[in-house]
Design a protein around this ligand. Structure first.
Ligand code: HEC
Length: 127
């Protein structure tokens, strides 16, 4: 009887662990988790009209066309930490220029940065 209890507890524990791991890897949505950050913190400078550094952040296609000074800012094949987009919002200081948003602080919240990281990690999809 006691043995049985132990096994059930182990099964329960394993399931809980699997559920929590799965949650931290949940895919993020570009539309719902990433673009809203750009809308509130970036498009004042990276809008449609003469966007700063040639980088327009008003939609997925303009972000991915890579018409910025330094080529594509997101490379889905590379790890997020090598994507200029991630480096510019997360690193202090970034590899070149200023940390974004340039009018910060405040900079992005950990949650916003985490969404960007996970979105790139999951293939930078138009989702
Ligand atoms: C107040 C204006 C301003 C705001 C707001 C701003 N940026 Fe910028 N951004 C710039 C300027 C100017 C540059 C070019 C100088 C530099 O790289 O530091 C730049 C450069 C960049 C670059 C590098 C582009 C390249 O390849 O040269 C990225 C990526 C970037 N910004 C992302 C963002 C993101 C993401 C946000 C919002 C979280 C943001 N920026 C908010 C003005 C701004």
């Amino acid at each position: 009887m006691e043995h049985k209890n132990l096994i059930s507890s182990l099964i329960l524990l394993t399931s809980l662990l699997l559920i929590s791991c799965n949650q931290s890897n949940n895919e993020v949505s570009y539309t719902f988790d990433v673009q809203p950050t750009f809308n509130s913190r970036c498009i004042g400078c990276h809008g449609n009209l003469e966007p700063a550094a040639g980088l327009c952040l008003t939609n997925y296609d303009s972000l991915m066309t890579g018409n910025s000074n330094n080529g594509p800012v997101v490379n889905p094949e590379s790890k997020p930490k090598y994507s200029i987009l991630y480096q510019k919002v997360a690193l202090n200081p970034p590899p070149f220029g200023l940390r974004m948003p340039m009018d910060g602080p405040p900079f992005l919240t950990n949650q916003q940065i985490d969404y960007i990281w996970r979105w790139i990690y999951n293939g930078a999809k138009d989702n």
